[in-house]
Write a protein that binds this ligand. Structure first.
Ligand code: C2E
Ligand code: CA
Ligand code: CA
Ligand code: CA
Length: 279
C-alpha cells in the first residue's frame, strides 16, 4: 500500500509539473501572441427585437494560435488575467474595436454601438481612464457609440471607485453595461448608485426559462427593476424563437444570441450590416 501511495504521489507530482509547464509555455506564447498580432475580434449582433433592427455589436476576442487554431476566451483569458497580460491584450481589443467602429461609421453606419468587455485588472489599472481617452482620440470615434461591459464583481469590488471612473467617462459620453446580470449578488440596492446605461440578463436564465416559470418571474423582475431605474435591458443567449416571443411579452426589446448571429469575423459582420439596410 505504501509503494502504491508513492506511485500515486509521483504520478500526481508529474501531472502537476506538466500542468505548470503547460501553463508557463502558454504564458510565453501569450506574450508572443501580442507581438505577432495573433488576436482577432469577432462581432456578435445586438438586436432591437421590437424594430427587428441591428443596433450594435459586442466585440469578443479570439486567439488565432499558430498550432492550436482559433481559441476561445475560456482557453486563455484566465491566464492573461493572472499574468497581467490582460492589460496589453485588453488595450489591443479596445483599440481594434474602436477602429472597426470608426470604419463602419465612415461607411455610413453611424447609429450602431460597439460593446467591449473589460476585465477587473483593466478597470482597476490606474491608467484606465487615460487609456480610453487616448484610444477615442486616436481612432476618432464618437464616444457615445462606445459601451464598456463590466461584471457585478468588478463593479462592487470598490463601489466608490467604480462610480468615480464611470462618471469620468460618462462625461464624454462613454456608456457602461452590467454584464452577466443576476448571477452575482442578491442585494441590488447598489444598482441605483451605479451610473450605468444597460444591464445584460445572463444567459443562464434564458437556458431554462421556457420550462421554468420561476425563471420567467426573475427575468420579469429584472426587467421591471431596470426600467424603474431608467436602464436598458439586453437579454443574452437568445437561441430560440420562443425566447424572443417571451421577451417581447415581457417588454424586453434588446436581445443578443445565436438566433440572430453567432460572433462572426469582420467581413461577416459587414454582411449583417448590409442586409440590415434592406429590412
Ligand atoms: P460574455 O461577455 O458573457 O460574452 C457572451 C458569451 O456567450 C460569448 O462567449 C458568446 O459567444 C456567447 N454567446 C452569445 N450568444 C450565445 C447563445 O445564444 N448561445 C450560447 N450558447 N452562447 C452564446 P465567448 O465569445 O466565448 O466569450 C466568453 C467570455 O470571454 C465573455 O463572456 C467575456 O467575459 C470574455 N471576453 C471575450 N472577449 C473579451 C475581451 O476582449 N476582453 C475581456 N476582458 N474579456 C473578454
Ligand atoms: Ca459581455
Ligand atoms: Ca454576458
Ligand atoms: Ca459571461
Amino acid at each position: 500500500a505504501k509503494a502504491n501511495g508513492k506511485n500515486t504521489y509521483t504520478y500526481f507530482e508529474d501531472s502537476y509539473n506538466q500542468m505548470l509547464t503547460d501553463k508557463i509555455e502558454l504564458q510565453s506564447e501569450l506574450r508572443r501572441a501580442i507581438e505577432n498580432e495573433e488576436f482577432v475580434l469577432f462581432y456578435q449582433a445586438q438586436m432591437d427585437i421590437s424594430k427587428k433592427k441591428l443596433v450594435g455589436f459586442e466585440a469578443l476576442i479570439r486567439w488565432n494560435h499558430p498550432i492550436k487554431g482559433l481559441l476561445n476566451p475560456v482557453d486563455f483569458i484566465y491566464l492573461a488575467e493572472e499574468s497581467g497580460l490582460i492589460i496589453p491584450i485588453g488595450k489591443w481589443a479596445l483599440k481594434c474595436a474602436c477602429k472597426q467602429l470608426k470604419e463602419w461609421s465612415d461607411m455610413g453606419y453611424t447609429d450602431i454601438t460597439m460593446s467591449v468587455n473589460l476585465s477587473a485588472r483593466q478597470f482597476r489599472d490606474e491608467n484606465f481612464v487615460q487609456t480610453i481617452l487616448e484610444i477615442i482620440e486616436e481612432t476618432g470615434i464618437d464616444p457615445s457609440r462606445l459601451e464598456l461591459e463590466i461584471t457585478e464583481s468588478i463593479a462592487l469590488d470598490n463601489l466608490e471607485y467604480t462610480i468615480e471612473v464611470i462618471k469620468e467617462l460618462n462625461k464624454i459620453g462613454v456608456k457602461f453595461s452590467l454584464d452577466d446580470f443576476g448571477t452575482g449578488y442578491s442585494a441590488m440596492s447598489y444598482l441605483k448608485r451605479l451610473p450605468i446605461s444597460n444591464v445584460k440578463i445572463d444567459k443562464s436564465f434564458l437556458d431554462t426559462v421556457l420550462e421554468d416559470t420561476t425563471d420567467q418571474k426573475i427575468i420579469q423582475a429584472i426587467i421591471n427593476l431596470a426600467y424603474n431605474l431608467d436602464l436598458q435591458v439586453i437579454a443574452e443567449g437568445v437561441e430560440q424563437l420562443e425566447h424572443e416571443q417571451l421577451l417581447q411579452r415581457l417588454n424586453c426589446n434588446m436581445a443578443q444570441g445565436y438566433l440572430y448571429s453567432k460572433p462572426v469575423p469582420k467581413e461577416k459582420a459587414e454582411d449583417l450590416l448590409n442586409s440590415s439596410d434592406l429590412m
